[in-house]
Ligand binder design. Structure first.
Ligand SMILES: [Zn+2]
Length: 107
């Protein structure tokens, strides 16, 4: 039976030149999250979007991924996702960097 979604290692997703924090290093700069799968990629217009699970970070997918251009979107809030990823790496980001309630700012 085919897998329902893809799996990736965080280390394979991170590119240091993109940014210093964990989410920007994997190409996520905004704070918007999508509970439901985006119908189309806002980057390339493709409809080939799949859930992506980061191995070890969560038992459920944390991101949507465009299979054409590799763009990622958050499924959960930025804060939640950061906590999961940092927990997996054994480090915690400074809570002072998290800022005010990010959900309220973008909805
Ligand atoms: Zn795309």
């Amino acid at each position: 039976m085919a897998k329902k979604h893809r799996f990736m290692m965080l280390e394979d997703m991170m590119q240091e030149d993109r940014g210093s924090d964990i989410l920007s290093s994997i190409g996520i700069y905004g704070t918007k999250h999508f509970v439901k799968k985006p119908e189309h990629c806002d980057e390339c217009g493709s409809g080939k979007i799949e859930a992506l699970e980061v191995l070890g970070a969560s038992t459920r997918p944390l991101f949507w991924e465009c299979r054409i251009c590799d763009k990622l979107w958050l499924i959960y809030t930025k804060l939640y996702t950061e906590v999961r990823l940092n927990k997996m790496r054994g480090t915690y980001s400074n809570p002072n960097d998290w800022g005010p309630d990010i959900d309220k700012q973008f909805n």
